[in-house]
Ligand binder design. Structure first.
Ligand code: CP
Length: 309
């Protein structure tokens, strides 16, 4: 692997499978009574989150602790960022304390690339603006493979706010690279122009798109990134694009329903679907720990065969 994990675009299919295979070994560590190995003992990892996060920040910290790294969470709201310090200055000051890795989430696309250019530490992108969220796509792939035993040839339908979603971009890059048949659907106002160039099929009719789907991946309506009205009302959005039990019935009998979280229940997904028998949403969260352990381990120079030692 390269020095940093900035996006799926940086990975080859072989590297993706290596991360997924390593995550299998890491998952086993999480099932032990003592969920800790000394693999990253002596390594210092800084988690620098400029945007809110529940799943990503928590699972990175659990992953780091399970690998025995020394972890530090920078509370941006209590840092000198509030006094106007730039991202570059903040990064260089953290870098001066010689961490081994920095995990960064930021509202600006390209923030992790900036750190990559100015830091010797290894940089992991935990979500940059509307650009990429690579570890989310990796844990999604891990979850799909767990259930379907493959990714190639599966019909994966991604539904919702495509325009503002870094999860969409990372998943499209990963799933098309591994040979999935990827469909995207949502309101025309929320479909990024030119997305078909990434090798996906586009539909504005959810009922048509989900027919015979193996995987339905719901995306959150990101109202915090919207300027202006992209659809008439949340109620109408749910009626036309929301994932209901009736819509799920149009997919394959063994379809799995995914959502990266946080969910807007009753907007993009009905509670009966989110909590229903086809949902793997909490499995995605659980798998996030194993996949992030694998990424940390491999970036630190680990070898797949020794992962669970
Ligand atoms: N999926 C995801 O990134 O969730 P958080 O924003 O809670 O980290």
């Amino acid at each position: 692997m390269k020095k940093d994990l900035l996006g799926i675009a940086d990975l080859s299919p072989e590297e993706i499978y290596r991360i997924l295979d390593t995550a299998e070994a890491m998952r086993e560590i999480g099932e032990r009574e003592i969920k800790k190995v000394p693999t990253l003992r002596g390594k210092t990892i800084v988690n620098l989150f400029y945007e809110p996060s529940t799943r990503t920040r928590t699972s990175f910290e659990i992953a780091e602790k399970r690998l025995s790294a020394d972890t530090l969470n920078v509370a941006v709201a209590a840092s000198s960022v509030l006094k106007g310090e730039t991202l570059a200055d903040t990064a260089m000051n953290i870098e001066a304390m010689a961490p081994d890795m920095i995990v960064i989430r930021h509202a600006s696309s390209g923030a992790s690339h900036l750190l990559s250019r100015i830091c010797k530490s290894r940089i992991i992108n935990a979500g940059d603006g509307m650009h990429e969220h690579p570890t989310q796509a990796l844990l999604d792939a891990f979850t799909i493979r767990q259930h379907k035993k493959r990714i190639e040839g599966l019909k994966v339908v991604i539904v919702g706010d495509l325009l503002h979603s870094r999860v969409l971009r990372s998943n499209v890059l990963l799933l098309t690279m591994l040979g999935a048949d990827v469909w995207v659907t949502g309101p025309p106002t929320l479909i990024p122009r030119g997305i078909e160039r990434l090798g996906v099929k586009i539909s504005t009719a959810v009922d048509e798109a989900v027919r015979d789907a193996d995987v339905i991946m719901m995306l959150r309506i990101q109202q915090e990134r919207m300027q202006g009205a992209f659809f008439p009302s949340l109620r109408e959005y749910f009626n036309v694009f929301g994932m209901t039990a009736a819509r799920v019935k149009r997919a394959k009998q063994d379809v799995i329903i995914m959502h990266p979280g946080p969910m807007n229940r009753g907007v993009e997904i009905a509670s009966e679907v989110a909590d229903g028998p086809y949902s793997v949403i909490l499995e995605q969260v659980a798998n996030g720990v194993a996949v992030r352990m694998a990424v940390l381990y491999l970036l630190a120079g680990g070898v797949e065969d020794e992962a669970a030692a």
